[in-house]
Design a protein around this ligand. Structure first.
Ligand SMILES: C[S@@+](CC[C@H](N)C(=O)[O-])C[C@H]1O[C@@H](n2cnc3c(N)ncnc32)[C@H](O)[C@@H]1O
Length: 282
């Protein structure tokens, strides 16, 4: 009888651990491959689970962002860990937004959903299958960099953040989220107390006008500006900002079935859904 109880307790503990590692903390303690695998598995259901609603996205996301950059009519934006294209869609649906958005994510299936939603916007939206750990763009490129509900899933959130600050142009706007509540406490090393995060952005990253505002139950929204000034980039086409995955030259040109580097001949295929398969570049 004792062994039956022992097996029962063991199974319950294993199930609890699996639930904690795979569901509650979304694979973050099992490595990047597990995180991305989980997003691939849930991609088709993600929008339904999140219950995104265009009016809410307009009022609480797109409008507050555009209000902070009123002087830039056609910003060049990068959305890191874009998922199913939430930020690009919210921005591109605003009649006042005349810019371009690059969305980057490592879950191919999340990007496929994004591609379906962003197809009507043509070349104003570009989607890249690419990790957030190294962004394939030169320093000081984008007028706006966003990364929502994603930093906590990165193996090294501060390194990923450093990359985002690197590609933001001086004077550009950074928009992040900082997780809060029970789930945040279950992810030590991946989440930050709000006051610590604010200090970190100011003191370690040297950012200005840092503000952390109430936003959703699980997240606060974080605003920050890169110090200095450079003129707005404007809606540059991808070919003028994308660094070749092999030689880092800005020399990628569209060719049949994908892109090719004029300097080193590296080819990057285009998926049937229009997603740039940069993670598979050779
Ligand atoms: C909760 S979703 C957020 C998606 C979107 N930003 C939103 O607000 O709906 C987290 C996203 O981070 C992506 N992600 C996680 N780790 C990544 C990494 N290392 N590089 C790129 N994307 C990553 C996942 O694939 C997933 O799409």
């Amino acid at each position: 009888m004792a062994w039956v109880i022992a097996i029962g307790v063991g199974l319950a503990l294993a199930a609890g651990l699996a639930w904690l590692l795979l569901i509650r903390t979304e694979g973050v303690f099992l490595g990047r491959r597990t995180v991305i695998w989980l997003y691939d598995v849930y991609a088709g259901r993600y929008d339904g689970i999140k219950q995104f609603d265009p009016e809410t996205e307009h009022t609480y996301l797109a409008e507050p962002i555009l209000q902070r950059i009123p002087h830039i009519h056609a910003p060049l934006a990068l959305d890191v860990a874009t998922g199913t294209g939430r930020v690009p869609l919210a921005l591109l649906e605003q009649p006042t937004f005349q810019g371009r958005v690059v969305g980057l994510d490592l879950s191919r299936k999340m990007l496929s959903v994004a591609a379906g939603k962003l197809a009507p916007f043509g070349a104003r939206a570009a989607l890249m299958h690419h990790p957030a750990e190294r962004l394939p763009f030169p320093d000081d490129t984008f007028d706006l960099v966003t990364c929502l509900e994603a930093l906590e899933f990165m193996m090294d959130p501060l390194a990923v953040l450093r990359e985002q600050v690197r590609v933001l142009r001086p004077g550009g706007l950074l928009v992040l989220t900082n997780r809060q509540g029970l789930d945040a406490r279950l992810m030590p090393g991946h989440t930050f107390a709000h006051d610590r995060f604010e200090r970190l952005l100011r003191e370690d990253f040297g950012l200005e006008y840092v503000a952390i505002d109430p936003w959703q139950v699980d997240y606060r929204i974080v605003w920050a500006t890169k110090p200095g000034y450079a003129p707005p980039a404007g809606p540059l086409p991808l070919a003028e900002i994308w660094q070749c995955p092999r030689c880092a030259a800005i020399a990628m040109v569209p060719v049949a079935g994908g892109w090719r580097c004029l300097d080193c001949e590296t080819r990057v295929p285009l998926g049937p859904d229009g997603v740039i398969e940069a993670a598979a570049a050779r």
